[in-house]
Design a protein around this ligand. Structure first.
Ligand code: ZN
Length: 448
């Protein structure tokens, strides 16, 4: 099983930032065997793909999402986070496995079409009569064919316990932990070329008790998986944390055992200088979600400062209810723009944005040895972007064309060398069928 991509510009995103104006990649049995400048050797017993007028990058890594939200887009259009959640929780309380499967299939399809080959999904809503929604998520991952990091989320702090979600969509502490351990036992695959991993994900400090946060971290470490939660997203969250616990969200997380190289936080907007240093020194990861943060007016993350300090930083499109576009490539530009609103036009370059989206995300998910750059021995998760249309013609720098220009079509997207997108079309998903499933799912949620 050999694949050769020949004649493309190549941005390897290796440690030295190696690029080839014209180069090639040879893939054998799902792994990258060779990458280099110039033409590929001729006459190999391989499938040759013509990469001329294209840019080859590593597949992108999405480190935070809520795929089920693809079925609840367009709600609460002018709300801050807490108002937005208050409107949406009751809708999400009516989720079931069919709806999650349709929504997750659509969300993953959108991710694949915008260059994503590994996606983390944080699923934390488990209605008692909704069926096996986690299995529905996992099967959507198999359907679309990209790598899935399924985070088994949870909430136990309903309104009657001072939390934000209604009581009917929270679990008990023991129920949430048992469900999480079960999901890890059933689906988590630690192998190098794993298509699915599971992480532990109590939802956020304002929907989860201290005990569930602490015991969730203990569970993750006892089962040798990663842990993930939302943190420091809004000013209101920080105010609540200070009032209730007498500390900042990051201090709270530290107190509960949540800092370390096996943990990552979504958003991470409202951090002090010392918090930024703490994240870097503990190697705790941060997912930057620029479009969602902008949609909800939550603030501008300190991306350049986090990178400068050496903290792992990846990108996240976040759930589609706060980012209706749901595309990942667009987030590179959005991350640049927001960083520049904070720190001026040199704050984040196109290449730095590409780095966050690829090897940065791989590091956040603990997979930097396997994915995130085009280097021999790594998995062949590759995105081949067409830059020959009028939308990009004439831009001499292909990386600038990709990151600053419109979203180009994918000539090819591979996961472990297998084609997931060819000539802009998903290989395993019928998009018309997907649209029909999604219309039904969204209507059922809205009408129930
Ligand atoms: Zn989120």
């Amino acid at each position: 099983m050999k694949l050769v991509i020949d004649g493309a510009a190549v941005s390897t995103v290796d440690a030295a930032g190696t690029e080839h104006a014209t180069g090639h990649v040879i893939v054998v049995d799902g792994r990258i065997q060779a990458v280099g400048g110039g033409a590929a050797p001729k006459g190999l017993d391989a499938h040759y793909v013509d990469g001329r007028e294209c840019l080859l990058t590593p597949g992108f890594v999405n480190t935070h999402h809520h795929l089920y939200q693809w079925a609840t887009r367009g709600y609460a259009q002018q709300a801050i986070l807490f108002e937005w959640l208050t409107e949406l929780y009751p809708v999400w309380g009516r989720l079931d496995a069919d709806i999650v499967h349709a929504a997750a299939s659509a969300g993953l399809t959108r991710l694949a079409q915008t260059g994503c080959t590994t996606a983390a999904d944080h699923h934390y809503v488990f209605p008692s009569n909704g069926g096996d929604v986690f299995a529905a998520l996992v099967s959507a991952g198999e359907r679309v064919g990209i790598r899935l990091h399924a985070i088994r989320g949870s909430m136990d702090r309903g309104v009657s316990h001072g939390g934000l979600p209604p009581d009917n969509i929270v679990e008990t502490i023991d129920g949430a932990l048992a469900g999480t351990a079960d999901a890890i036992g059933k689906y988590h695959d630690p192998a190098f070329d794993s298509m699915i991993r599971v992480a532990v994900g109590p939802c956020s400090p304002f929907s989860v008790s201290e005990e569930l946060m602490r015991r969730g971290a203990e569970l993750a470490r006892s089962m040798n998986v990663r842990m993930h939660t939302h943190l420091a997203e809004t000013v209101e969250e920080e105010q609540q944390c200070l009032a209730e616990f007498g500390c900042t969200p990051l201090e709270y997380a530290e107190r509960l055992g949540w800092l370390g190289g096996d943990s990552w936080f979504a958003h991470g907007i409202h951090f002090s200088d010392s918090a930024v240093e703490k994240l870097a020194s503990t190697r705790t990861g941060v997912t930057h979600c620029p479009s969602s943060n902008s949609r909800l007016g939550a603030g501008i993350a300190r991306t350049a400062d986090l990178l400068g300090a050496g903290a792992p930083v990846g990108l996240g499109v976040d759930g589609a209810a706060s980012h209706e576009d749901g595309g990942l490539l667009q987030e590179l530009r959005q991350a640049m723009y927001l960083a520049r609103q904070r720190g001026g036009p040199a704050a984040l370059s196109a290449r730095e944005a590409l780095r966050i989206a690829t090897i940065g995300g791989a590091r956040v998910l603990g997979r930097e040895k396997e994915i995130g750059s085009i280097e021999p021995g790594k998995l062949a998760d590759l995105a081949l972007w067409r830059l020959d249309g009028f939308e990009h013609a004439g831009i001499a720098d292909p990386v600038a064309a990709l990151v600053l220009g419109p979203v180009p079509p994918l000539a090819l997207l591979t996961v472990g060398g297998r084609p997931v997108v060819t000539d802009g079309q998903l290989t395993g998903v019928d998009e018309e069928q997907l649209a029909a499933e999604l219309r039904v799912a969204s209507r059922r949620l809205a009408e129930r």
